[in-house]
Design a binder for this molecule. Structure first.
Ligand code: PLP
Length: 395
C-alpha cells in the first residue's frame, strides 16, 4: 500500500501542463515560431544584471563552505537582515531578522505557513480566481478550502459573499494581489474593508483569523499603481513572498515567510513555521540564492516588456471583440470566453495554435488566462490568429 492521495495527485496532470505538452508536440511539428504559447507563468524578462553579477562575484570570492554549505534552518542571518532592512525602507515597517524564514519560493512559503497554522476542522478561505495549488496545499494539511467568488466585474472582494463564509472554523484567509490569473490589484479601500471585517469576526469568535498574503507579484505593477502593504492594515498578517517573478528567478527556488511581532502568538507561530519547515523537509533554502538575495532583495526585473505586452494584447483583443479584465499587475490577462464552456473555447483556439488556459481550475469557469510573460514578437505574430479565433465565434 502507498499513499493513494499522493498517487492521485501525481497522476493528475494540471490543465496548464497538458496544454504545455500539447505545445511541445506542435512546436516539433510546425516550428516553435508558429505556436503561440500563452500557457505558463515563466518570466521571459531576464533577471536584473546585478543578480548574475552578484552570483559571479560570490563564486569568485567566497569559500565553498559559504557558497554551498548549509545555512541555519531559517536562513542566513545577513540575508534575513537585508530583507528586513529593505522592507523597512520601502514600507516604514520595523521588521527584524527573526521575523523571517527563508523558503524555496512562494509554494513552500504557503505550504509551510498553512502546516504551521493548521488544526483539525480548520477552514481556509480563498477568493476566486485563485492559484489552483491552494487547494492542494490546504487539503493536504487536512483543512478545508472555502472559496469566495469575487465581484465579477472588478474582481475585487465581494464582501456580501465573503461575510457569511467567515465562521468560527475560519483559521486563515489567503489573498493574492496582484492576482494570478486576473492581474487585479486590491485597492486600499478593499484592504481596509477586509481588515475591518476580519477584526470584527476575530472579536465575534474570540480567536485570531490570519491573513496570508501570497505576494510573488508584489512589485509587478504598472502605471504607478500602489499595492497596499497588508501588515500595515491588519495585525494578523503573515506574508508569503517569492523572488520567482520580481527577480525572474523561478528555478532558483527562493522566497520567505514573514511573521511580524504584532501577530497574535507570533513567537509560537514562528516556532511552528520552523517546525513545519522541518517536518516537510524544507530546512535551509538554497544557499547560493540566499546570498544573492542578501545583495539584490528589492530589485525588480525590467517591467517595460510586460507593460508593452499587456497594452498590445488588451488593445488588440478588445478591438477583435473580446472582453478583458484590465490588469494593473502580474503578467496575466483574464479574458471572458465568448461561450460558457471556456475549455471548449481553448480547444478551438488550438486550431489556430493559440495556447490559452481555461480558468475553471482557478475557480472561475467562463474565463481564460493568457500569460503574457512572452516575447513581444510572439504577441505581434499571434494577433492574426486571435483575430481569426474571434471571427470563428462571430465576434
Ligand atoms: N502563488 C501564486 C499566486 C503563483 O502564481 C505562484 C507561481 O506561479 C506561486 C504562488 C508559487 O510561486 P513559486 O514559484 O515562488 O513557488
Amino acid at each position: 500500500m502507498i499513499n493513494e492521495t499522493m498517487k492521485e495527485l501525481g497522476n493528475k496532470r494540471s490543465v496548464i501542463r497538458e496544454i504545455f505538452e500539447f505545445g511541445n508536440r506542435r512546436r516539433a511539428e510546425i516550428g516553435a515560431e508558429n505556436v503561440y504559447d500563452f500557457s505558463l507563468g515563466n518570466p521571459n524578462v531576464p533577471a536584473p544584471e546585478a543578480v548574475n553579477r552578484t552570483m559571479i562575484e560570490l563564486l569568485q570570492t567566497k569559500s565553498d563552505m559559504y557558497l554551498h554549505g548549509y545555512t541555519s534552518a531559517q536562513g542566513a542571518i545577513d540575508t534575513r537582515e537585508a530583507v528586513a532592512a529593505d522592507l523597512n525602507r520601502r514600507f516604514g515597517t520595523a521588521f527584524h531578522k527573526d521575523n523571517f524564514y527563508m523558503t524555496c519560493g512562494a509554494a513552500a512559503s504557503l505550504k509551510i505557513s498553512l502546516t504551521a497554522l493548521y488544526t483539525p476542522r480548520d477552514e481556509v478561505i480563498a477568493f476566486t480566481p485563485f492559484f489552483p495549488e491552494y487547494r492542494v496545499f490546504v487539503e493536504t494539511c487536512g483543512a478545508k478550502l472555502v472559496t469566495a467568488a469575487s465581484d465579477q466585474d472588478t474582481f475585487q472582494i465581494d464582501f456580501e459573499v465573503l461575510k457569511p463564509l467567515i465562521t468560527e472554523k475560519t483559521k486563515a484567509v489567503i489573498v493574492n494581489s496582484p492576482n494570478n490569473p486576473s492581474g487585479v490589484v486590491y485597492t486600499a479601500e478593499t484592504v481596509t474593508k477586509l481588515s475591518e471585517l476580519l477584526r470584527a469576526k476575530e472579536a465575534e469568535f474570540g480567536h485570531a483569523i490570519y491573513l496570508i498574503a501570497d505576494e510573488p507579484y508584489r512589485e509587478l505593477v504598472y502605471d504607478g499603481m500602489d499595492v497596499p502593504y497588508l501588515t500595515k492594515y491588519y495585525r494578523n498578517t503573515i506574508v508569503c513572498y517569492s523572488y520567482s517573478k520580481s527577480l525572474s528567478l523561478p528555478g532558483e527556488r527562493i522566497g520567505y515567510i514573514l511573521v511580524p511581532d504584532e501577530v497574535t502568538d507570533a513567537k509560537d507561530i514562528y516556532a511552528a513555521v520552523c517546525g513545519a519547515g522541518r517536518a516537510l523537509g524544507y530546512v535551509c533554502a538554497p544557499s547560493l540564492a540566499q546570498h544573492v538575495i542578501a545583495s539584490c532583495t528589492g530589485m525588480v526585473s525590467d517591467l517595460n516588456v510586460y507593460r508593452l505586452n499587456r497594452d498590445l494584447l488588451i488593445d488588440n483583443l478588445t478591438e477583435f471583440g473580446f472582453t478583458c479584465i484590465h490588469p494593473d499587475g502580474a503578467f496575466y490577462l483574464f479574458m471572458k470566453s465568448p461561450i460558457a464552456d471556456a475549455g471548449a473555447f481553448c480547444e478551438k483556439a488550438k486550431d489556430f495554435d493559440l495556447l490559452l488556459v481555461p480558468a475553471d481550475s482557478f475557480g472561475t469557469p467562463g474565463f481564460v488566462r493568457i500569460a503574457y510573460c512572452v516575447s513581444t514578437e510572439m504577441i505581434r505574430n499571434s494577433l492574426p490568429a486571435f483575430r481569426k479565433l474571434a471571427e470563428s465565434f462571430g465576434l
